[in-house]
Design a protein around this ligand. Structure first.
Ligand code: SAM
Length: 196
């Protein structure tokens, strides 16, 4: 059992104990969608490591045909229980073994706080896997804790540097924007948008 599954399983019905779960769609994603994302009714969207499902539901409300995955079965089971009439296709899947048919399939891909959960040595592969899902002309939204390039990472979550995110460029994506913001917890974050 992976660490995340252990945590989701350990909280029982008290989802407020899941440290990263706001139990609502992420406010920065909502702002970005309101300001930038083109209305693409019925177009395919993917939520990477969707946790308890709130961001996937946000995209579904906006008319996208949403697929969302996480490798923690308890998280996916909560998505089904919380959103009983959802149109989202929730599934248990590992970022490091994504289905072949997801390659360059999605017009919008949303990644929030997963890269920082993945150890540095696996990060290039994680970024490659995320990048591989973005369709030609599609967009990837990335939100993560930020560290300066020269700062060593110590404890999980391991914040993400601009140098880490440069790997999107090595995987066929082009940076449209990369902004330093203050996160909801007051910590520095990076918000990036990429296209293929
Ligand atoms: C910090 S949580 C963020 C969850 C969600 N994106 C959010 O913002 O609430 C990180 C998530 O990544 C998932 N995860 C970590 N490694 C994964 C992997 N290799 N494949 C799929 N999911 C993974 C965990 O189960 C967890 O739900």
């Amino acid at each position: 059992m992976n660490d995340f599954e252990q945590l989701y399983a350990s909280v029982g019905d008290d989802l407020s104990q899941v440290p990263w779960a706001g139990l609502t769609s992420h406010p920065r994603l909502v702002e970005w969608l309101d300001a930038h994302a083109p209305a693409r009714a019925g177009r395919p969207a993917l939520v990477i490591a969707c946790g308890l499902g709130d961001d996937a539901e946000e995209l579904a409300r906006r008319g996208y045909a949403v697929t969302a995955f996480d490798y923690a079965p308890t998280a996916i089971s909560w998505c089904h229980k919380r959103f009983t009439s959802s149109t989202v296709g929730y599934q248990v899947a590992d970022l490091f073994a994504l289905p072949d048919e997801w390659k360059q399939r999605f017009d919008l891909v949303v990644e929030i706080n997963t890269i920082q959960s993945i150890a540095l040595e696996q990060r290039p592969n994680a970024i490659g896997a995320i990048a591989s899902t973005v369709a030609e002309g599609g967009e990837l939204y990335v939100y993560c804790l930020h560290r300066d390039d020269a700062v060593p990472v110590e404890n999980r979550p391991w914040p993400v540097s601009r140098a880490d995110l440069a790997a999107f460029g090595e995987n066929g994506l082009r940076e449209l924007s990369l902004d330093e913001l203050v996160g909801l917890s007051g910590k520095p974050v990076l918000q990036g948008v990429y296209t293929r």
